[in-house]
Design a protein around this ligand. Structure first.
Ligand SMILES: Nc1ncnc2c1ncn2[C@@H]1O[C@H](COP(=O)(O)OP(=O)(O)OP(=O)(O)O)[C@@H](O)[C@H]1O
Ligand SMILES: [Mg+2]
Length: 501
């Protein structure tokens, strides 16, 4: 119960010890490529960044961790809808650079770097360059006029970092024309001497590499994200000697946006200098149950043993004896199922189950009740205000659990891409078992395999809402080779959302 639920509330040296790498994830993360680390809430993004930070620091490199939630001083400035995106964006960019500057300055005093004087000079240059960074917004405007032949008017606003209107405002409309704001506000970022300053920083740090770790990307307002991404792509990503890792929630991220010149603003994920790594997908464990159990067993053991050492004289020495002492037979695999690949959910459900079990070992009913309670308390409330999401979940539960007596189902990828499905997935009410299942009988159609959240399903079981025993309808999705049984027709078995009503 004492395991911290958020990585930022534990201290860094403990985090380095408790981290469990799933598969090749650690190696992928440690590469010097720029990466975007996608993962739903609680999948371990922050923990992974802290772990990486520790790793590179031990290797002699320089990690700079930045939580984007804590950037800037003025509360709510970035979300203030009275200000244009250009003004808010400028503030965000300057504040971000200032935060990086501040961390590096701290480092210049605390750590040995190869050229301390050079670093200080370069940091001054960075501070200077930051003040020249600005977002320039153009609002395309349409004119409504009574008889004149004006067609379109461009208004260009150039804002200085301190948000005062500082430059030209052009207008070429005739007096009688009525201006109507329409079209989209297009922004681009002006950098000034930023790249040069960054280059001299890496030179002063060299041969050590600078690792810029940006956490909570998705807390930045959606319309400003492409602007920040643009700053990264054009000034930081190309700088030799810097590696950028960004932790983000896929559904709540927008890294690029088309610009007025037919180009784009921001980072094109995958195509550009930055590639995407999905923690969600690495937690699917290629559908092999044993690996999921291994991962979560190690995770609970690591977290528990750092605390147990201070509590009892002889704590369990390995994972097996820890699990043996904590869970009754067949109970731990059920906890892994209930966790659905999300470490924070695993920790929360284990803690609730431990409460139910009191001083006895945790038993199967404890895990089931805990999973249901966690579902009701945490997950379900996430879509309380989302009525289409609630409706869709109800329809899916009626069809999959009620009629098919299963919790696993297939969706045509066209359906799987729907906004509502995505929202339910983001809220951890649906989980992906496998993406892109090809249908041999219908080439060209791809399916995704989903599961309804274990806690939701088990809640229905416990409350006696289910009349008969569940059938293992989509069990093949979880098996090692993952091939459907012979008579299985993907097209017939898939759920078509339009037919659900
Ligand atoms: N690979 C792992 N090894 C050990 N513990 C982990 C691992 N991944 C996550 N955890 C633990 O799970 C909990 C949640 O992780 P973390 O806070 O990093 O999630 P997050 O993805 O950053 O979530 P959020 O999006 O809410 O910030 C923490 O207690 C963390 O220590
Ligand atoms: Mg986090």
């Amino acid at each position: 119960m004492r395991i911290p639920r958020r990585a930022e509330s534990a201290d860094r040296s403990t985090l380095a010890m408790t981290f469990v790498a799933a598969g090749s994830f650690s190696a992928v993360l440690h590469s010097t490529d720029h990466q975007i680390l996608y993962g739903r809430r609680g999948t371990g993004k922050t923990h992974a960044l802290f772990y990486l930070s520790d790793l590179v620091e031990h290797a002699g490199d320089v990690p700079v961790y930045l939580d984007l939630r804590t950037i800037g001083s003025a509360e709510g400035l970035y979300t203030d809808s009275n200000l244009t995106a250009a003004v808010r964006g400028t503030h965000l960019l300057v504040d971000t650079l200032e935060a990086i500057h501040e961390q590096l300055l701290l480092l210049a005093f605390e750590r040995e770097v190869s050229d301390p004087n050079g670093l200080l000079v370069a940091l001054d240059a960075l501070a200077e360059a930051a003040t020249a960074v600005e977002v320039v917004g153009e609002v395309e405007q349409e004119t409504k006029f009574g008889g004149s032949d004006e067609s379109s008017v461009g208004v260009e606003l150039v804002m200085s970092p301190n948000a005062k209107l500082s430059a030209a405002r052009r207008r070429s409309a005739t007096a009688e024309s009525r201006l109507r704001r329409s079209g989209i506000e297009r922004n681009h970022v002006v950098f000034g001497p930023l790249s040069r300053a960054l280059k001299s920083i890496t030179r002063a740090l060299g041969p050590a590499r600078l690792w810029l770790l940006l956490d909570e990307w998705s807390s930045v307002p959606l319309d400003l994200q492409p602007l920040l991404a643009d700053l990264l792509r054009r000034s930081i990503l190309p700088t030799v000697g810097i590696t950028v890792k960004i932790a983000a929630i896929e559904r709540r991220s927008q890294f690029s946006q088309p610009s007025s010149s037919g180009d784009y603003v921001g980072i094109e994920v995958g195509a550009d200098a930055a590639s995407a790594v999905s923690l969600d997908d690495s937690m699917i464990f290629d559908n092999v149950r044993d690996r999921a159990q291994e991962f979560f067993g190690q995770l609970l053991f690591n977290h528990a043993s750092t605390r147990l050492r201070a509590m009892i004289p002889q704590p369990p020495r390995d994972v097996a004896s820890f699990l043996e002492a904590t869970f009754r037979r067949n109970t731990f695999p059920e906890l892994v199922r209930a966790a659905e690949g999300v470490p924070r959910d695993a920790i929360n459900i284990a803690a609730l189950a431990a409460q139910h079990a009191h001083d006895a070992r945790i038993d199967l009913p404890d895990v089931r009740r805990a999973a249901r309670d966690w579902y009701l308390r945490d997950k379900q409330t996430a879509i309380n205000t989302n009525s289409t999401g609630r409706h869709m979940l109800r329809l899916l539960i009626d069809e999959v659990v009620g009629r098919r007596h299963s919790r696993i189902f297939l969706l045509d990828q066209l359906d799987a891409r729907l906004e509502t499905i995505d929202e339910l997935y983001d809220a951890r009410l649906l989980h992906v078992l496998r993406r892109g299942i090809a249908d041999r009988k219908n080439p060209g159609t791809l399916y995704d395999g989903f599961a309804i959240d274990y806690g939701c399903y088990v809640g229905l079981l416990l409350d006696g809402d289910l009349s008969s025993k569940p059938r293992d309808r989509g069990g093949w999705l979880n098996s090692a080779n993952g091939v459907p049984p012979d008579e299985f027709s993907l097209a017939r078995e898939a759920i078509y959302l339009s037919e659900l009503g």
